[in-house]
Design a protein around this ligand. Structure first.
Ligand code: G1P
Length: 296
């Protein structure tokens, strides 16, 4: 089977209750780090990795997300008229080709595995990437590209992984490691949010390359942790059935933008990474820190 990966699924149906009241009217994927919505970071990462088809699994109230991908002709012509070429270029760089985006609806919040399964008719006998937009990763090359490169070597199914403190493993899918080859580990099991006895402290981060058989495993719609249909379980079934599952310790920094603290940390990191902001913003942060220290 060819190891080309040209499609990615973006499960974006979640309600984003942790960011209420903002998410009353704004989908959480449109929430902004510096000046780009979270979804743009995910799309940029996917494009850099060679993804050509983008499948969004949405739900009620996500209209703003669909509108975000429309070409903004009026805005473009007004920027052109006023000679704001930089902004025009920036705007155009976010335009997607007609037909490159597909939307499917998840009618019930039954879990991440269910969300991915909702895209099954748009994915045929081919490997597909999954990107969780809450996990924003600063890395060069971008995380999904690192994964696709590793996948060219290994085949099978691949998840992004990183070490977390043992006490945090209950918030993640966790790998049971059969063989540690350095950057790549071979899994002998995967457990979703283990309440006790985690098999390791290697947590799954929201990037996946799924073999077609994972989609078939999802057909069972088996309930797992929290009563939800878990992607982790469908991947663990691969191992049970004798197929390969790998974890890639990616190079880069991951921010959990599904939490307020993580979102703020990402704002600081991405703000400081911007040439036009780093001096002014960096000085402000240094001042804040010295005032805090003096007050202690
Ligand atoms: C999901 C997955 C989990 C993974 C995590 C990474 O959980 O179910 O296996 O470790 O994303 O962010 P969620 O955080 O959506 O509950």
């Amino acid at each position: 089977m060819s190891r080309k990966v040209t499609k990615a699924i973006f499960p974006v149906a979640g309600l984003g209750t942790r960011f209420l009241p903002a998410t009353k009217s704004v989908p959480k994927e449109i929430m902004t780090l510096v000046d780009r919505p979270l979804i743009q970071y995910a799309i940029d990462e996917a494009r850099a990795a060679g993804i050509e088809e983008f499948i969004f699994v949405t739900s009620r109230g996500k209209g703003a997300l669909e509108d975000y991908f429309d070409h903004s002709h009026e805005l473009e012509s007004s920027l052109k008229k006023s000679g704001k070429i930089d902004l025009l270029e920036l705007l155009r760089s976010t335009n997607m080709d007609s037909g490159a985006i597909a939307y499917v609806r998840q009618h019930k919040a039954l879990g991440l595995g269910h969300a991915v399964w909702c895209a099954r008719r748009l994915v045929h006998d081919e490997a597909v990437a999954v990107i969780l937009t809450d996990d924003v990763i600063m890395g060069e090359p971008p995380c999904l590209q690192q994964m696709i490169e590793a996948y060219q070597e290994t085949g099978g199914t691949m998840v992004a992984t990183m070490e977390v403190p043992m006490e945090k493993t209950k918030s993640y899918g966790v790998l049971d490691v059969a063989e540690d080859m350095g950057a790549i580990v071979r899994a002998r099991g995967m457990v979703e949010k283990p309440k006790e006895n985690p098999p390791s402290n290697l947590a799954v981060i929201g990037r996946y390359i799924l073999a077609p058989s994972v989609m078939e495993n999802l057909n069972k719609l088996k309930q797992g942790a929290g009563g939800e249909i878990q992607l982790t379980d469908a991947i663990a079934d691969e191992i049970e059935e004798g197929r390969d599952v790998f974890g890639l310790r990616f190079r880069g920094q991951r921010f959990d933008c599904g939490s307020k603290a993580g979102f703020l940390q990402a704002t600081v990191a991405f703000g400081l990474a911007r040439e036009e902001l780093k001096d002014e913003f960096g000085e402000y942060l240094a001042d804040v820190m010295s005032i805090r220290k003096a007050a202690e």
